[in-house]
Design a protein around this ligand. Structure first.
Ligand code: PLP
Length: 403
């Protein structure tokens, strides 16, 4: 399978540790040589030598929109609708607030009880500034988002791929249902951007946000992105009205007047070194075919599930991800009562996955740098850890601050 993999050539561009299998690219992507080169140039030349001039001469000021357009190509957004800025959490705040502002008189946000928690925490924060607005949750107030939709709903905040189970939503179909009641769709792409083909424009999405440090490999804490469909750009109000979103930031005017385009969704000065690393990381995508990426992602996750079911039977692992690959992102989750300890033992044995409370073992499969041989090796180690009972050793039960 590796011999006939059209993406196999990309692996050499990444700094993978010898003897390790990295299945956590859905939490922190691997460094590429291109990202590190860009970071070094940004630090040694542009910062150290160019200093303040680099805002103009090295194009620092325009990086957020330049990289926004580069990400736009990966998520099916035409130019001028994506900007790289701030964190995903902050961008959820901007997008959700803006969406509600576009639907005056409507008082309900719909979200998912099983959402990545920051999305819900931020929604609570948005609600705290808007008297009368309330939240309905899929998984608490009804089984399906579709059953929560009516003409009180202003906006639906929904994850494209669930962070824990990897369940993938049909973006076009759900967006259609949301628009059917006159509400707006805010898509969180953290676990799909760079993992599978996305068609924001074609699906008529209204807003979207996403990470760059997961499947886009921008580096720890690299800034997030926000998409605003061009049809909303003239009316959508950005609540964090900082100077980088001003139409003329260097006129230093007293009052706020937002930039007419996507720049308005910036707030303040951006982390330039992280943006420089991200620019390098995104260059890796120049000749990646998203259809091939998806095909490889499915092959990797299918192989993993098949091998785990073959080689790890009788140890109590329960598949938590959809079995149908068409309904799954690029990750696989298994439930186990001792998920935490098993993941720690795997890490010690060089297979890096992660644990998600309360009892999920989560494995991310980044098609850019993983091989099918990696998958086979990971399952071999997992079978070994379960068979030998290695995970029962007390040191694996000690918990760090970040799991
Ligand atoms: C990773 C992730 C985030 C992270 O938000 P930050 O503000 O970057 O910490 C948000 N939402 C989802 C769904 C995620 O998977």
């Amino acid at each position: 399978m590796d011999a006939s993999d059209p993406l196999a050539r990309l692996r050499q561009g990444f700094l993978l540790a010898e003897g390790e299998v990295y299945l956590d690219g859905n939490s922190l992507g691997v460094a590429s040589a291109a990202a590190l080169d860009a970071l070094r140039i940004g630090a040694r030349e542009e910062w150290s030598q160019g200093l303040i001039r680099s805002w103009n001469t090295a194009g620092w000021f325009d990086l957020p929109v330049e990289l926004g357009d580069a990400i736009g190509r990966l998520v099916g957004a035409a130019q001028g609708q994506v900007v790289v800025s701030d964190t995903t959490s902050i961008n959820i705040y901007k997008a959700l607030h803006a969406a509600i502002g576009l639907r005056p008189g409507r008082k309900v946000i719909v979200a998912e009880a099983g959402s990545f928690p920051t999305d819900l925490y931020i929604a609570e924060g948005v609600i705290s500034t808007l008297p009368g607005v309330t939240m309905r949750l899929e998984g608490r107030d009804a089984d399906r988002i579709e059953d929560l939709l009516d003409d009180d709903v202003a906006a639906v905040l929904v994850n494209h791929v669930n962070y824990k189970t990897g369940a993938l939503r049909d973006m076009a179909e759900l967006t259609r249902a949301i628009h059917g009641v006159g509400a707006l769709a805010v898509w969180d792409l953290c676990h799909s951007a760079g993992a599978l083909p996305i068609t924001l424009d074609e699906a008529n999405a209204d807003f979207a946000v996403g990470c760059t440090y997961k499947y886009l490999n921008g580096g720890p804490g690299s800034p997030a992105f926000i998409y605003v469909a061009s049809r909303h750009l003239d009316k959508a109000q950005q609540p964090l009205s900082g100077w980088w979103g001003h139409a003329r930031p260097f006129a230093f005017e007293t009052g706020y007047q937002g930039d007419p385009g996507i720049r308005r969704f910036q707030c303040g000065t951006q982390p330039v070194l992280s943006l420089r690393a991200l620019k390098g990381a995104l260059s890796v995508w120049d000749d990646v075919d998203m259809g091939q990426l998806r095909a490889k992602s499915i092959a990797l996750t299918e192989l993993f599930i098949q091998l785990v079911e073959e080689k790890c039977t009788g140890h109590g692992l329960v598949l938590e991800s959809p079995r149908d690959p068409a309904r799954r992102g690029s990750q696989v989750a298994f439930g186990h009562e001792h998920a935490y300890e098993i993941v720690q033992a795997l890490i010690e044995r060089g297979v890096i996955g992660d644990f998600r409370a309360p009892h999920t073992l989560r494995f991310g499969f980044t098609p850019l740098y993983l091989s099918h041989a990696d998958v086979a090796r990971a399952v071999q180690v997992l079978a070994d850890v379960l068979e030998s009972g290695l995970w029962r050793e007390p040191r694996f039960a000690v918990r760090g601050a970040v799991t």
